[in-house]
Design a protein around this ligand. Structure first.
Ligand SMILES: NC(=O)c1ccc[n+]([C@@H]2O[C@H](COP(=O)([O-])OP(=O)(O)OC[C@H]3O[C@@H](n4cnc5c(N)ncnc54)[C@H](O)[C@@H]3O)[C@@H](O)[C@H]2O)c1
Length: 303
């Protein structure tokens, strides 16, 4: 099967491409290299340098006839969405609509969309279920939620099949500093250079950290699985505080870490862990990588 991966030169996208190639798929990567890197591009994939908002997108889809699209390309930074909501909207919403139109017009079988836990905002009860209320606290969360609504309407109006995967905080090899789970790559560099790590808040805020290889397998499982739902949390269903994370990272690095506490950031969620029961049941998927092992891999790859 022929799969287009948008954002395939990025952190998560490059791991998705690895998985697809391992499973003998024909892979085309579309990326504008705004945050993605040439060195992340798999040699067995075809690379097209293009923006998802390009007016040449339809022509590309018509020529290539993709079976499936895995859409990861996005503006991924919460703080940037607050500083430049128009840019976030343009890339994440208009870019996704451009992809959806091309899918519809060229009969793509299914689109798998990278969404986020940021669609939920601050929630009262954990773990967060897919049916929990959505109240994003950033324009990034709002743009991703809006895309999910576009996917639902494209499905209703045109029958375009879709799966939206709401990732928890992703970490792993090739991670940059900017995205949602970027805290681990930032801490890795600081700890390696024996510099203090800066914590926004008192460090008791929690996240659900999931290894990027587990995200790649969730994307692969979403391509062909027969399922009842469209929207899945992809998580470990485990809460880890930032203080605990730093303790683990110190262990991995074999160092005592100096912590500096600063003010909380606007738009950040205080506590987060997502239920993964639906994905386990319907996508025949489960996370495999223990946090300490994933942190060791990440630390050793980034230093
Ligand atoms: N990293 C996380 O913890 C996390 C959590 C939840 C959701 N996500 C989502 O997963 C996806 C991948 O994120 P990532 O962390 O790998 O980020 P990333 O920045 O490494 O990857 C994004 C890729 O998209 C490309 N891109 C950006 N804008 C583009 C455009 N207009 N046209 C074409 N290509 C464009 C970039 O060059 C990059 O290669 C994003 O949709 C993000 O919102 C990430």
């Amino acid at each position: 099967m022929k799969v287009l991966v948008t954002g395939g030169a990025g952190f998560i996208g490059s791991h998705v491409v690895d998985k697809l190639i391992q499973e003998n798929c024909e892979v085309v990567i579309l990326d504008n290299l705004s945050t993605g890197l040439q060195e992340n591009i798999h040699k067995a994939a075809t690379f097209i340098q293009m923006d998802i908002r390009s007016n040449q997108l339809l022509e590309l889809f018509a020529g290539e006839k993709f079976d499936y699209v895995i859409h990861l390309a996005a503006q991924t930074m919460v703080h940037k969405s607050l500083e430049m909501p128009d840019y976030d909207c343009d890339v994440n919403i208009s870019g996704t609509v451009n992809i959806l139109e091309a899918c519809r017009k060229t009969n793509v079988k299914r689109i798998v969309f990278s969404s986020t836990a940021a669609v939920y905002g601050n929630v009262e009860s954990l773990p967060v279920m897919e049916a929990s209320s959505t109240a994003p606290t950033s324009f990034y969360g709002l743009s991703k939620l809006t895309c999910e609504n576009y996917l639902a309407l494209y499905n209703q109006l045109y029958g375009l099949e879709y799966v939206a995967l709401r990732y928890a905080n992703v970490y792993g090899e090739r991670q940059g500093d900017g995205g949602e789970g970027g805290v681990i790559s930032i801490f890795t560099r600081k700890i390696h250079q024996d510099e203090p790590v800066v914590i926004f808040g008192d460090g008791s805020q929690t996240r659900d950290f999931i290894y990027v290889g587990d995200i790649a397998s969730a994307n692969y499982q979403s391509l062909a699985t027969i399922h009842g739902n469209h929207v899945y949390n992809i998580s470990t269903q485990t809460e880890t505080s930032v203080n605990m994370l730093i303790e683990y990272m110190g262990k991995v690095a074999g160092k005592v870490v100096t912590k500096v506490y600063g003010p909380l950031r606007d738009g950040d969620i205080y506590k987060s862990t997502l239920s993964n029961a639906a994905a386990r049941q319907n996508l025949s998927w489960s996370p495999c990588m223990p946090l300490i092992d994933g942190l060791a891999r990440t630390y050793n790859s980034l230093i």
